[in-house]
Design a protein. Structure first.
Length: 175
């Protein structure tokens, strides 16, 4: 319990050091990773049953050679592909948003530095330190979040493409 309280105090201090923009970045990171975990759970647990049902429906068809069959096959593949790619665009948008929010944190932190310089009338390093940290911490947090999201989006896109190709191979034409 004490370890949890110390961890929460450390997180609170870090959030205070980064300013209000860091709170927004933290919210975007949580939303992005919630969607990422949803996609991972779908790929590991949900997609198998969908693929199995699609294969069962295709193999239950008595006729698989006509133009209609080709269109039905394409519809099956398209539905499965759409389910595999669901929320990936939203995750990509959040990945792009993270560094932009970090840049906003940089700007607000530098504004604070300039305000301190205007009030004190000098370049006192101690008085400018809090503004500089508010400028750098959100930038770092936005970049780290963006990088982690980029890796996951790339993996999701490759996995969706591979799973779609495998499904196309299993839905054989002809009898």
């Amino acid at each position: 319990m004490i370890l949890f309280i110390e961890l929460m105090n450390t997180i609170r201090e870090f959030m205070d050091t980064g300013g209000q923009v860091l709170t927004v970045i933290a919210f975007v990171i949580c939303l992005m990773w919630l969607l990422i975990f949803e996609r991972i759970a779908f790929i590991l647990f949900g997609y198998r049953s969908i693929r199995k049902a699609t294969l069962t429906q295709w193999l239950a068809r008595s006729e698989r050679t006509s133009w209609n069959s080709v269109q039905i096959r394409e519809a099956y593949v398209s539905r499965c592909s759409a389910q595999l790619n669901q929320n990936i665009t939203l995750i990509q948008s959040l990945v792009v948003l993270c560094p932009l929010l970090g840049l906003m944190g940089t700007v607000t932190g530098m504004i604070e530095v300039f305000d301190v310089m205007a009030i004190s009338g000098s370049g006192n390093a101690r008085s400018m330190a809090s503004g500089v940290s508010k400028a750098t911490i959100p930038t770092m947090a936005g970049m780290v979040a963006s990088l982690s999201g980029v890796f996951m989006v790339t993996w999701f896109q490759r996995n969706a493409k591979r799973q779609t190709e495998l499904l196309e191979d299993k839905l054989v034409m002809g009898e």
